[in-house]
Design a protein around this ligand. Structure first.
Ligand code: PLP
Length: 393
């Protein structure tokens, strides 16, 4: 397995200098465009003095409080995690996901380690494996959100030091059930690996389906799993603050201590004023509810415009359409760009081709419904028009 170019680099190369026939809309990058909470400027202005000193690596007391409150409220933990766990601020969850691989290698001490994740996957999982010289092992889908464990040799599972697990998943928008979390915990114990629970989409879900069960919620019923579990979250998707680069890592004190020790020497601290802004943002749920309603509105439009042609298109969580076009995804991407001005990602760019197998992203397109409902509706109507006739290509 090689370290591939980013899907966005490949998309740029695919599109080249082709100009669309109509005004372009970017549905390729998962960068939320809804308004962030209006109060952030005022909170930041009150804390600019905090830019003078180096920030506390473990987070300010207020950041710790607000994130603990959020976790407790969101997952109904009655203070369990506040007692049992520890937090670490992150400069967005991506750097944490990458750096945690180093901790996995140090803690697990296995020869020729592997790093597991579902295929398709978020690129940073491969980067994490690559950074520590471990073998990345993309796994084919099984039932639900869990992979087909039989699709890789048992020895690759036994050499695993970590499993990157997204719920809601990118790109499919699947959410782990309580039973699936427990099945994953069983696997982690059986093969002795850490679980990197990537929950950056935890607050983006369809109201009709309800909030996805969180890793910590499931862990409360199996507290002995906590030392194996690292939970990543961020304000990028929850609060439309991808540019602020603030997230957090949650886990057992010893595991978090190991990450903190390394990160303290290698990683960027989160600026103190931004930790204060983040605390205020975690204290507020109104903007999150408002944002979720906008996603619901856009997915209702997607169902209306695209389901007649593509069947069920609305995922339980996340903000991606993972459209099964059943044709050549690169050619379809180019066609959508040229004829509809819609920029999306070919599914095959988000997945790997397993040895002797087929890239599971082939025949799919990923469209991020991150723009305003008006812009999105217009773009989806154009997608429907382009694909109105069968076959896709
Ligand atoms: C699955 C997944 N995990 C993590 C991230 C990283 O987000 P951030 O670093 O902004 O928290 C992203 C961003 O797109 C993502 O899609």
């Amino acid at each position: 397995m090689f370290f591939a170019k980013s899907p966005f680099e490949r998309l740029r190369a695919l599109i080249g200098d082709v100009k669309p026939d109509v005004a372009p809309v970017d549905l390729a990058v998962g960068n939320p465009q809804h308004a962030p909470p209006a109060f952030i400027g005022e909170v930041l202005a009150r804390h600019t003095g905090g830019f003078v000193g180096y920030p506390p690596i473990a987070g300010t007391a207020n950041f710790q409080r607000a994130v603990h409150d959020f976790i407790d409220r969101r997952y109904g933990l009655d203070g369990w995690f506040r007692e049992a766990g520890t937090l670490l601020p992150l400069s967005g969850s991506r750097e944490g996901l990458f750096l945690a691989a180093v901790t996995a290698r140090d803690l697990m001490e296995k020869d020729n380690p592997t790093v597991l994740f579902a295929n398709p996957f978020y690129q940073t999982y491969i980067a994490g494996a690559h950074g520590i010289g471990a073998e990345p092992v993309p796994m084919m889908a099984g039932d639900g959100i869990l992979p087909d464990w039989e699709s890789v040799p048992e020895s690759a599972l036994d050499r695993a030091i970590a499993y990157y697990f997204g719920s809601p998943s990118n790109p499919e928008g699947r959410c782990a059930t309580r039973a699936e979390w427990h099945a994953l915990f069983d696997r982690a114990e059986r093969h002795d690996f850490l679980i990197f629970a990537d929950e950056c989409y935890s607050e983006v879900y369809r109201e009709s389906v309800g909030a996805p069960v969180g890793a910590l919620e499931a862990a409360r019923e199996r507290p002995e799993i906590l030392p194996r579990l690292l939970v990543f979250n961020s304000l990028s998707k929850r609060s439309n603050l991808a540019g602020m680069r603030v997230g957090f890592l949650a886990g057992a004190p010893d595991t978090i201590g190991a990450v903190r020790e390394f990160r303290n020497q290698a990683g960027p601290q989160v600026p103190t004023p931004l930790q204060e802004v983040a605390a205020a943002v975690y204290d507020d749920e109104a903007h999150v509810v408002a944002s979720r309603r906008l996603y619901d509105e856009k997915f209702a439009d997607a169902a209306r415009l695209l389901s007649p042609r593509f069947g069920e298109v609305v995922p339980e969580g996340g903000f991606f359409l993972w459209l099964d076009i059943g044709g050549d995804d690169e050619a379809a991407t180019l066609r959508l760009w040229r004829e509809a001005g819609v920029r999306c990602v070919p599914g095959s760019y988000l997945a790997a081709t397993p040895r002797g197998g087929v890239n599971p992203g082939i025949g799919r397109l990923r469209l991020a419904l991150v723009a305003s409902p008006e812009l999105t509706r217009g773009a989806l109507a154009r997608v429907a028009d382009v694909f109105a006739t069968a076959p896709v290509l």
